[in-house]
Write a new protein. Structure first.
Length: 338
């Protein structure tokens, strides 16, 4: 935007007051907030480890790191959600915490791990044999989608070549799974704008309260409608991935399990406890800054960086497009000169 010919007509405004800092009465805590905030801002501006071209390796403070990790997923889940989160009666428990990852692939790994963990806790040993009995600690259902070729795709009218099994297997960013597995009490995220006036927007997080045959009940846990009960039904969804050589549609609940979410999806949220799982470095401008700035305080942030073998590391890549800030600074200087 700041490379547009319209940029010369724009005025640059800056936010200079840290509300968390000024609302804190404890001097020592206020100083910690100031120091942490400056570090995050320097990270976002690419000022750490200068000179650099916008991509550089940065060392993460040791108090933020998870360094002892036999099982990376287990370690970060334990740091963020604890060992007994399935029994939590706190209505704000899932509202205040999340695990962030750079890619949907990492998000799915974490979500599947936690879901399977909950299912294992729903079983106990019946007797000395290996038989297990399922205990219904939270109702669970698997909802299957109905997939087809979009009638508006005239190039793929002959949909007989696209078997249901093939369409069911398609995974794409922003598209719910063919087999959507939900459990009462599970946090989920909405993947489409449904009813903005009711707070049902893309990225809104909910917690499942009831699972019906054709409808799902949930309560809102983020945004302006926290606590409100809502009912969701299946809708027709089209993948946003333009790499697909045909246009398909999926009739499914527009939901995704959200114990973990991508860094991009976390924008705008303010959380008490954040776990950042970096099994691969961030890859776009400002991702690391967005992840670190989701947490309200330094003590609520834990970071797990791993190499290809799953061993913990202490440094990671930061990516900043510095030309963006150069244009901002030059515009600000020009306006102040005038």
């Amino acid at each position: 935007m700041n490379s547009s010919y319209l940029w010369k007509h724009c005025k640059v405004l800056e936010l200079t007051k840290n509300i968390r800092r000024f609302s804190e009465t404890d001097v020592r805590v206020a100083e910690d907030i100031t120091e942490f905030s400056k570090w995050i801002l320097d990270l976002g501006d690419g000022k750490i480890n200068e000179p650099n071209n916008g991509e550089c390796i940065i060392e993460i403070p040791k108090d933020l790191l998870i360094t002892k990790s036999k099982d990376p997923i287990e370690s970060i889940v334990s740091e963020v959600y604890g060992e007994t989160f399935k029994d939590s009666k706190d209505p704000t428990f899932f509202q205040e915490r999340a695990i962030l990852c750079p890619t949907n692939e990492n998000v799915d790994v974490v979500n599947n791990y936690i879901f399977h963990y909950l299912c294992r806790l729903s079983c106990f040993n019946l007797n000395s044999t290996t038989k297990l009995l399922f205990i219904n600690v939270g109702e669970e259902r698997i909802y299957l989608s109905s997939d087809s070729i979009d009638p508006s795709d005239f190039n793929s009218r002959d949909d007989s070549i696209f078997s249901p099994e093939f369409l069911n297997s398609i995974k794409s960013s922003g598209l719910p799974s063919h087999a959507l597995r939900l459990k009462v009490g599970t946090p989920v995220m909405i993947l489409r704008y449904l009813e903005p006036n009711e707070g049902l927007c893309n990225g809104t997080r909910l917690q499942i309260t009831h699972l019906g045959n054709h409808i799902v009940q949930a309560k809102v846990i983020t945004g302006t409608k926290v606590g409100q009960r809502v009912f969701l039904h299946r809708v027709l969804l089209t993948p946003t991935d333009t790499r697909l050589p045909f246009k398909m549609r999926r009739r499914q609940f527009p939901l995704k399990v959200a114990f973990a979410m991508t860094i991009n999806k976390s924008q705008g949220q303010s959380l008490e406890r954040v776990g950042l799982f970096l099994s691969r470095p961030v890859f776009s401008h400002g991702q690391l800054y967005v992840a670190f700035s989701r947490v309200k305080s330094r003590k609520g942030l834990k970071i797990l960086i791993t190499d290809n073998d799953g061993k913990p590391e202490e440094s990671t890549m930061n990516v900043v497009y510095k030309e963006v800030f150069q244009n901002l600074l030059s515009s600000k200087f020009t306006q102040e000169s005038h």
